[in-house]
Every structure is written in C-alpha cells, then in structure tokens.
Design a protein around this ligand. Structure first.
Ligand code: SAM
Length: 272
C-alpha cells in the first residue's frame, strides 16, 4: 500500500500568533513541513504537497489538488444527539459501549465513530484512535479538539480522544495495552456511497480491507472487537466467526469475542 507522504501544515492568513505557534509545534510533532502563509499561497501549497492541513482560528481544513474540506463531526453530530435522547445506535449496541470503558478505534478516519464512542464512555473512559495515514491522523488530531458537538454532550468529548499515527497491526503487536472494545472499520473492498468528504478520505486512506491478521491482533488485546463490514460475504474471508451480526442501512456490524490473553491464562492454570 503506498501512502502520500508530502504533508504541509500551515495556517490561514489572518490568525493569532498563538494559532501560528500551535501550527509550527504541531508540524514538528507530526513530522510535517511547516509553511508560513505570509510567504506562500494555498494554491501553490496544494500543488507542491500531497496534502495541506490548514489551521484557521477555530477550524481545521485538509486540502489537496482536488478538494478542500473542513474537519467536522459529520454523522456523529446527529448520532450523539439521538443517543442522548435515548435512541439506539448500532455501534453502541453491538459494542456494548457504556461509561468508563477503554476503547481503541484502530481505524480512526474522520473520527466519527470515535466521537460516538467518546460520548458513551464519558470522562471516566478513554478513546485512543490509530490512523495509518499521516494526513488523516494530523487532520483528526488537530480537528477533533475544536469540532462542534451538540450541547447535550460534554464539550471536551472530542478533545479527549488521543490520536496516534500508526498502522494498527504493527501497533497492536508492539504494545501490551488491553482494551474493553476495539473498533475496526477499514476500507471496504467495494466502496459504498458516502458523505462527499469521504472521497478525500479515500485518496489518503490505508486501503487494506478487513483481514484476518488485523482481526486476530485486535482479538488478542480486547474483550470485544467490533468490525464494520461492507457485506456479510466479507465474513467468509475471516477465520473467526462473529458472536453477533447486525445490519443497519448500508453497513453491517459484527461483534467478536476477544480476550485471548484470558484464555491463555486459564489454560496455564494462572486463573483470571
Ligand atoms: C472507513 S475509514 C474509518 C472511518 C471512521 N470509522 C469514522 O467514523 O470516521 C477507515 C480509516 O482507517 C484507516 N485505516 C485502515 N486500515 C488501517 C490500519 N490497518 N491501521 C490504521 N489505520 C487504518 C484508513 O486510513 C482510513 O482513514
């Protein structure tokens, strides 16, 4: 899988010195080129880099040669509103999300599922998001803290999501961390119709579909793994059977029982 790597971080022309400093520091953190907008136009940047993340005073944009999008919670806005009204959400139901849980979103994307998870687990829980594409990781890491959510949810819900730029299988293999729930929503083999900003996501995304090695790596680190799949046929490519499958609109959610480390402890006689 080849991913674009030339990433610039800049600000819009008229921002505070604080915001400019934030952009400069973020560029160093995320290994992107910082470009001072006083010196160069956005169109020149869009031509010279694969992706440009632009910090405005209170919004974050991601631009490439074809598009220029603003970070926003998308469907997560309505979903958290509905959850607060007591309505069901397929992810929340299938994953059994509730306050206090530790959740890993191994395929963060625009962070919409992570926001829903964050609203459910609340301040006593935590959501960590992994994203293999650097432009998308930076867009989410800088966009989440300032994205507007309905008044019904805590103002820091999105800001509390921690973002790491890393590929999920490598991260899960290299880290011992355990989670209550791991979410897997890699790209579908056959793309479905989606929000227009997903065309941009597709251009930058890590394209490997749900594979056994990702599922198995997740099962070894979580009690529950929930995967979003394009169709039930995708399950036939996996060596593990789900506990539960729930179809909702164009997508299907599958829940797998994880906690292999606990089974290993049991068979070693060490107990739980
Ligand atoms: C379909 S999108 C996820 C959308 C996300 N659930 C949301 O609500 O915004 C898939 C994202 O996961 C990332 N991704 C796919 N496979 C990955 C992997 N193995 N490790 C880390 N990120 C991955 C892609 O780059 C893409 O941004």
């Amino acid at each position: 899988v080849s991913l674009p790597t030339r990433l610039a971080l800049t600000t819009s022309r008229h921002v505070s010195a604080d915001r400019r400093l934030h952009a400069r520091r973020s560029a160093a953190t995320w290994d992107a080129a910082y470009v001072d907008r006083a010196r160069v136009s956005l169109s020149a940047l869009r031509r010279d880099f694969d992706a440009v993340v632009v910090l405005e005073e209170s919004r974050v944009r991601l631009a490439d040669t074809d598009a220029d999008i603003v970070f926003h919670p998308g469907m997560a806005y309505q979903r958290v509103k509905r959850i607060r009204r007591g309505e069901t959400d397929p992810l929340v139901q299938v994953a059994g999300l509730r306050p206090g849980l530790r959740v890993l979103d191994a395929t963060l994307g625009f962070g919409q599922d992570a926001i829903v998870a964050g609203a459910c687990v609340g301040p006593t829980g935590h959501v960590l998001g992994l994203e293999a594409s650097r432009p998308l990781a930076v867009f989410a890491a800088l966009g989440l803290p300032s994205c507007q959510l309905p008044a019904e949810v805590r103002a820091d819900t999105a800001a509390r999501i921690t973002v790491r730029h890393t590929e999920a299988v490598s991260w899960l293999t290299a880290h011992e961390d355990r989670f209550d729930v791991i979410l897997l929503d890699p790209m579908f083999r056959i793309p479905k119709r989606s929000q227009p900003s997903f065309d941009v996501l597709r251009r930058f995304a890590w394209t490997a579909p749900l594979e056994d090695r990702l599922l198995r790596a997740a099962l070894a680190r979580a009690k529950t793994v929930v995967a979003k799949i394009g169709s039930v046929e995708a399950l036939s490519e996996l060596s593990v059977s789900p506990q539960l499958v729930r179809r909702s609109g164009a997508v299907t959610w599958a829940r797998f029982r994880g906690g292999e480390w606990r089974w290993r402890c049991d068979s070693d006689g060490a107990g739980l």
